[in-house]
Write a protein that binds this ligand. Sequence first.
Ligand SMILES: [Zn+2]
Length: 379
Amino acid sequence: MIIEAVHYETYRPVRIEIAGGYITGITELSAERGDGLLAAPALIDNQINGYRGVDFSGDDLTVEKVSQAAEAIISDGVTTFMPTLITNSHENLVRNFKILASALKDPFLKETIPGFHLEGPYISTEDGFYGCHPVKYIRKPSWVEFLEYLEAAEGNIIQVTLSPETEGAIEFIARCTENKIITAIGHSNAPAGVIDLAVRKGARLSTHLGNGCANMIHRHNNPLWAQLANDLLTPTLIADGHHLLPEEIKVFYKVKGAQNLILTSDVNHLIGMPAGNYSYLGSEVVYTEDGLIKNPKMNCLAGASMPLKKGVETVMKCTGCTLGEAIDMASKNVAYIYNLSDRGTLTPGKRADIILFELKDYQLNIKKTFLKGRLVYQV
Ligand SMILES: [Zn+2]
């Protein structure tokens, strides 16, 4: 099979050869052929809480619903994603990890889901830092309890987001590192020393840096400076136009560099649903036409609703970075962190997970998506 398109990094026309689901060759063409669409690696999203009506944390989750969500996610150019469960009751977490693990018996879902992300319940209970996580279920890290989740998930939890300042968190991070589970700092008000200690024990990511943070923080001693200053931490950013200001995105980009940033959607099940009032995580939330999900009572955002490609568009607009850099923040950089060595770039030997799209006025319009060389979405 052959795809002819314009390469997302070089803007040169190329022929991509595919066999057995993998890219076998890429050659530059002397002239553009075909419809002039751009080709890039399909996107990888490390934090998806739900999609188009399916809530991965919902009490009504089923294997069929996971499958439905995956189909919708693929239509937005994402062929690899990590379903994310957030702070919840013990019973809910055990039950839903079991369902997610059963979903992986489906070969299509196994190809798209490399593992799961647990955000919470081991996070800060300080006002503003826990965001919209239900505070009644927040608890101290417990390796014994976590092993129950890992067993329910059949070993497929590949990331935990937690606050390193909570009692027992540093040992917990060390245990995760020993077990090759990525730990991320998030919903945290940890002082610099604790952040450095967490990194020494293996923490590698800052989950949605700039969010999961109180509105009023100390101008010197706050978790943002310490995480930005640590060279071993890669921040994930929700660049959806609501969660971060353009100048924040620009500063994060300048400090960390294009190779050390990850874009994430952190979307919940309201993405693709009609605007209106909804009940989410036990609170009333307002979902507006422009994609903002707000909890008016707590005066905070209650999740995101923009697909990952919106992050690619926003980061280009805010930083002036190239399309290649922006796409890599949502593919190559993510694959690198999770050691997904078979995907994330357009190079021979990688899975033929490819998006074809046009880019107009910072709008990335996806026309076709291929998963292991199979056309899985077309406009
Ligand atoms: Zn969060």
